[in-house]
Design a protein around this ligand. Structure first.
Ligand code: P6P
Length: 343
């Protein structure tokens, strides 16, 4: 019988590679895995109970909040708030940094998360996801603060996501490769199914972008997508187009097949739509650990120094050669041919 490696065992074995590890980071990852099992139970029956539809409230960004959003936010918070691992928490659903309740000890890590990304897809049974990012506490404050959250992605100690799809997968990195676990509902365990994920080379030529926004794009962005689609006549192998409209699902496919996911800046959203701290940075960390790259179109996502908790960023994620191609098109003022030969 092949050895069954649960996520708990894998986390312990990863921790043993760091002699100075105290187990706090491992505990956070355990708790997130537990929270994911509780969330998937509700996601999988969302069509059956009155947990669909909107709460009638909006989140800090004025977006209609689905009941599952709030449930996922609460489940994750309650899973991690008492263990003494965290100094503070930030969530897409909360305007400000959330303090650890005073009755619990403060710890040495900050957790930032998007509890249920893509929630607008819940009602139509499209895959959705949870995304998380973990930083070390750096402030002098006793119990953590905004400074502990506003760190560049290069300083993340761990990052991961859960994709609630045809199966439920948890994918994480602590900087020692990217590892994927598939939930076996019959035993309620996440089992190692994708060890040391690497974005394939050569990658599948998949372009993932909402080209319904074409009219709002910059000339460089338009030239890039025209090139990828073969419209400019300079690309001997036009890309396939795949766009689910759910970041975690589009990224997960890009991680396993290769290609590029893009959410560009445009005339309506000059900083793009996606969030730096708890969407772009964790996924860029995972992409980099898998041999790929995350960029805002000019620079590596991991190098951006955040200035606010919910700031947005243009986002290009996936196979390194395609993200670099995008950067060249966005920078180039010349003819597409000048950069097309490398694609
Ligand atoms: P658009 C879902 O609402 C989301 O936040 C991401 O999951 C997804 O990548 C993006 O927005 C889709 O946005 O403008 O293409 O509908």
């Amino acid at each position: 019988m092949t050895s069954v490696i649960t996520i708990e065992r894998h986390i312990i074995e990863q921790e043993r590679r760091f002699p100075a590890a105290t187990g706090a980071l491992s505990n956070i990852l355990y708790e997130i895995a537990l929270a994911a099992k509780m969330i998937v139970r509700e996601v999988n029956k969302a069509g059956l109970v009155d947990i669909l539809g909107e709460t009638g409230t909006t989140n800090v960004h004025g977006e209609a909040v689905r009941k599952l959003d709030l449930y996922a936010h609460d489940v994750i918070f309650k899973a991690v708030d008492h263990g003494g691992m965290l100094c503070c928490i930030a969530s897409e659903e909360e305007e400000d940094v959330i303090q650890i309740p005073s009755q619990f000890p403060s710890g040495k890590y900050a957790l930032l998360y998007d509890p249920l990304d893509g929630s607008s897809n819940i009602d139509v049974n499209v895959s959705i996801g949870t995304i998380f990012s973990i930083h070390r506490k750096i402030s002098e404050q006793p119990r953590g603060c905004l400074e502990d959250c506003l760190q560049p992605g290069s300083r993340q100690v761990a990052a991961g996501y859960v994709v609630y799809g045809s199966s439920t997968m948890l994918v994480y990195t602590t900087g020692a490769g990217v590892h994927g676990f598939t939930l076996d509902p019959s035993i309620g365990e996440f089992l190692l199914s994708h060890e040391d994920i690497r974005i394939p080379t050569p990658p599948q030529r998949i372009c993932s972008v909402n080209d319904g926004h074409y009219s709002r794009w910059s000339p460089g962005q338009r030239r890039l997508v025209d090139h990828m689609k073969g419209i400019d006549g300079a690309n001997p192998a036009p890309f396939s187009s795949r766009y689910i409209g759910s970041l975690v699902a589009d990224f997960h496919r890009t991680l396993l097949y290769g290609g590029i996911f893009m959410y560009p800046a445009d005339s309506k959203s000059p900083q793009g739509k996606l969030r730096l701290l708890y969407e772009a940075a964790p996924l860029a960390f995972i992409a980099a650990q898998a041999g790929g790259r995350g960029s805002d179109g000019q620079q590596d996502i991991l190098d951006i120094q955040p200035t606010s908790l919910h700031q947005r960023t243009p986002l290009y994620l996936g196979s390194r050669e395609f993200v670099e191609l995008a950067e060249r098109f966005l920078a180039a003022e010349g003819e597409p041919e000048a950069v097309a030969q490398t694609s």
